[in-house]
Design a binder for this molecule. Structure first.
Ligand SMILES: *[C@@H]1O[C@H](CO)[C@@H](O)[C@H](O)[C@H]1NC(C)=O
Length: 346
């Protein structure tokens, strides 16, 4: 009896693996993020990663609405985004100027987007607006801390509230129309280093909101997908501004994080969404950081993700030792931080 049980158990496991392995490895994917003919609203799209995302989704046939504050930059970006269109005669393009850190900014943007889109809510909303003002904690003003939370976290929170109220209304669900809400966090929201006290908590809060929502939207069925993208360093106008206040020790600690262009970051992010990933990273280092911070997050691929979690728990020991020793020796060499040459935002 025991032998027969073993025989069937082993056969079952082997057949199960043979059937499951290709899908575990992601072979039968198909495109899980097809934007052709869909309307996509992107915040923070007048420059940097947001602008590249808008151009690339335009190339894939989406109607595009870009949101940011500066009208001049929006007009210039929209011309470039239009010029990238796959079908210029059928795709539509619009910009909306708004300050998304203001409490009512996001609700107004969604109302205007619906009016422009013939009464239909956009199919995809991708929150990319954000900024980083690094600095040592005790030298950063409470206003800067609150502003970082408003620009990075509350812009996502308020946008999620505005669009999910549309998508999850009883009259909108159950029509087989998949919608995607995408947040943009940062690897600094998964793994923090000295100098990012004003920034990292606002990006970590995005992941937390994302995890709650990814679970909660299942109450409404399968229509709405939540995702969060975790870019690393991007050589962009935002990085140029960030550089102005970044402490030297922060630059030393993040040396290993490879810089990507806005186009490269946009392309890897879109590729992750097309694979159907919930948490999207754009580099191997980013994937290791993600693997150290799953919490209640959905995994993308159990096979790979569990292996990465083992790896990150081992590598993490050495990385933490290295980073902490760099901080201590910098402090010893340069004395009390109050004596460092001050960097001020222009
Ligand atoms: C920001 O500073 C780093 C380090 O000095 C440099 O490598 C990078 O090119 C700068 N990026 C921008 C966009 O200014």
């Amino acid at each position: 009896m025991a032998d027969i049980l073993n025989y069937w158990t082993i056969t079952g496991i082997v057949i199960g693996l043979l059937v499951l392995l290709p899908s575990i490895m992601g072979f039968f994917g198909g495109n899980k993020f097809d934007v052709k003919g869909k309307t996509v609203l992107i915040t923070g799209a007048s420059e940097g990663m947001g602008r590249s995302v808008a151009k690339q989704l335009s190339q894939k046939g989406a109607n595009i609405i870009i949101v940011s504050r500066n009208v001049g930059r929006l007009e210039e970006a929209l011309a470039e985004i239009k010029a990238s269109a796959a079908n210029p005669s059928t795709q539509r393009f619009q910009y909306i100027s708004a300050d998304l850190s203001e409490p009512d900014g996001n609700a107004r943007v969604i109302a205007e987007a619906i009016a422009w889109n013939k009464g239909q809510a956009p199919d995809v909303v991708w929150c990319i607006a954000g900024a980083s003002v690094p600095g040592l904690f005790i030298e950063t003003s409470p206003e800067t801390m609150r502003q970082q939370m408003a620009v990075n976290f509350f812009s996502c929170n308020d946008m999620a509230h505005a669009i999910l109220n549309e998508w999850l209304a009883p009259s909108s669900i159950g029509k087989g129309n998949t919608r995607h809400l995408i947040f943009t966090s940062s690897v600094a929201g998964l793994y923090t280093i000295a100098g990012y006290a004003p920034y990292s908590p606002s990006k970590a809060a995005i992941k937390s909101l994302s995890d709650v929502l990814a679970q909660e939207v299942q109450l409404y069925g399968d229509d709405v997908k939540i995702h969060t993208v975790f870019p690393g360093a991007i050589d962009s106008p935002g990085m140029e501004r960030e550089n102005k206040t970044k402490p030297e020790i922060t630059l030393i600690l993040e040396e290993a994080d490879k810089h990507f262009t806005p186009d490269e970051t946009a392309a890897s992010s879109i590729a992750g969404l097309e694979r159907g990933d919930y948490l999207v990273t754009v580099s191997f280092l980013g994937s290791l950081m993600r693997a150290s911070a799953w919490g209640s997050s959905f995994k993308n691929n159990y096979f790979v993700d569990i292996a990465m979690t083992w790896l990150s728990s081992i590598v993490g020991v050495f990385v933490a030792m290295d980073l902490n020793s760099k901080v201590r020796s910098y402090g010893k060499k340069h004395g009390h931080p109050s004596t460092y040459r001050k960097k001020v935002a222009a």
